[in-house]
Design a protein around this ligand. Structure first.
Ligand SMILES: [Mn+2]
Length: 495
């Protein structure tokens, strides 16, 4: 009892600390943004290489001014062609006048693209007169509701309750609303939704959490649940889990939302539960991982990042989006480069520079090209070994677009040629069983672009694979790629 009391106390102290933290996050952001811009600038000693003018073209360029020539032969021209040779080829048939006009047009476009203090807003103003400025993130006062003792609440009326019955929760789990509920219930995993999609530009990921709640066919509510067949372990039997509801956001502003999300994730982790976040778009990775790092310490958490894209974009107008969380976590020194393991990259992003940045900074990436060359088993083994060698804790960031669109049509940025469910399920389960997972997020599931329920069902199964792994770890089943002897082989072959 004393122990529980001290847990409640610790949790409330944290709530207060987190509020103070949230108030200062904007100021902090300004500082880190300045830092980020500095870091993304090329180092001054590395002067950009000037392209060599082909002989055939040199006479035609004689009329260009020094500035125009500098622009044409320098890095900035590469915003108009991948290589200088491509640009020079465009000039072959042009007159010197046409070339000069072309170069001036490039300079004009380049200048007009930049921030102009006379016409542009450096910050988007908010209506500070609004009486509801902070209402979206205020907890509902206890005084408004019927008094109850803290702890998880089962909201099912019937002893046996199937998938079509009742108020939908993740895996038909009981509900918890406050950190006191988590502490009183000694909750081990708190699954929560974050209906945020302002970081992507594609509306719909905000509906992900409720689609996952609705989208699975296994929703028992009995004290004994059938185990996961591959392992004969059932998380519902072995773990205390809750649906922790949704984290509210300012649905018009990612920037205004991240402080609150980070605070809520931190609260759950500090209450001793594993936060499992269902998004929402991938900009969530920043507040989700940061909230976990706030509890376990910068540098102590590795991130295993499943994604078709590297999400370490830099230099964009917006300082956070679903394509930038990796860069931001790295720039703020919350997660060192060597602690990132990326799996499933393909398509067209990043390009050469992005891969070079990852190599320079120690990030471990596993592309579909590597899988094409060496096969999935090889790559899974390599990534598992890297995760096990890394820091004590891991956070799993699962962007559903790592799956081939055949398995996950419901996502904003689908990319052909991805992983199959048969490849993804075992590695997620293994990571959660063989390594100390302290946080998990599933992001970018957009039910509005999947008229069926394939996406929601597979998303639900990914959560279950992780939960099965966590339950296996609790039972001590942490051997490499453990599978149940009962189900993995019928045993009737002649010895
Ligand atoms: Mn992503």
């Amino acid at each position: 009892m004393t122990d529980m009391f001290s847990r409640v106390l610790a949790a409330s102290a944290l709530v207060i600390a987190a509020h103070v933290f949230a108030a200062s996050i904007i100021a902090q952001d300004q500082k880190t943004d300045a830092k980020q811009t500095e870091q993304t600038k090329p180092a001054p000693e590395r002067a950009p290489e000037r392209a060599k003018v082909p002989e055939a073209l040199s006479a035609k360029l004689e009329g260009l001014s020094e500035t125009e020539l500098d622009f044409l032969l320098g890095d900035k021209a590469l915003g108009f062609a991948e290589r200088h040779e491509i640009l020079f080829a465009r000039f072959e048939a042009k007159t010197p006048e046409a070339i000069a006009a072309y170069v001036r047009a490039m300079i004009r476009v380049s200048n007009l693209s930049k921030f102009n203090p006379d016409t542009d807003m450096a910050a988007i103003p908010l209506n500070t007169e609004s009486g509801g400025f902070n209402r979206w993130r205020l907890p509902r006062p206890k005084e408004f509701d019927t008094p109850r003792s803290p702890g998880p609440i089962n909201i099912n009326r019937y002893f046996g309750s199937g998938p079509k019955l009742g108020i939908q929760t993740f895996l038909n789990l009981p509900v918890a609303i406050t950190p006191e509920d988590l502490v009183a219930g000694q909750v081990e995993v708190a699954i929560m939704g974050v209906p945020l999609d302002t970081g992507t530009g594609y509306r719909g990921a905000a509906y992900g959490p409720n689609a996952v709640r609705n989208g699975n066919i296994y929703k028992g509510n009995s004290p004994v649940e059938p185990p996961h067949m591959h392992t004969m372990v059932s998380p519902t039997n072995d773990l205390v889990m809750v649906d922790y509801g949704d984290i509210n956001v300012d649905s018009l502003s990612l920037e205004r939302s991240i402080g609150h999300i980070r605070e809520m994730v931190r609260q759950v982790a500090a209450a001793g539960a594993i936060p499992m976040i269902v998004g929402g778009d991938h900009s969530l990775m920043y507040p989700d991982a940061a909230g976990v790092v706030d509890v376990y310490g910068a540098g102590n958490v590795g991130i295993v990042h499943f994604d078709a894209h590297y999400d370490a974009g830099a230099g964009g107008t917006h300082l956070l989006s679903h394509g930038q969380p990796v860069r931001r976590l790295f720039n703020e020194k919350l997660v060192p480069g060597k602690n990132f393991i990326q799996i499933g990259l393909r398509g067209y992003w990043p390009g050469k520079k992005g891969f070079e940045w990852m190599q320079e900074n120690g990030l471990r990436y596993h592309t579909m090209a590597e899988i094409e060359k060496n096969g999935w088993d090889h790559v899974m083994k390599r990534a598992m070994a890297e995760a096990l060698e890394g820091p004590e804790y891991i956070f799993i960031s699962f962007d559903v677009d790592v799956l081939d669109p055949a398995y996950m049509p419901g996502t904003g940025t689908p990319e052909p040629g991805g992983l199959t469910t048969r490849e993804v399920f075992p590695i997620v389960r293994r990571l959660c069983a063989e390594k100390n997972v302290v946080g998990f997020e599933l992001v970018e599931m957009n039910p509005l672009v999947d008229p069926g329920y394939t996406s929601a069902q597979n998303a639900d199964r990914i959560l279950r694979e992780c939960l099965t792994g966590i339950a296996m770890r609790k039972q001590g089943l942490t051997a490499p790629h453990y599978l149940s002897p009962l189900t993995v082989d019928h045993g009737h072959d002649k010895k």
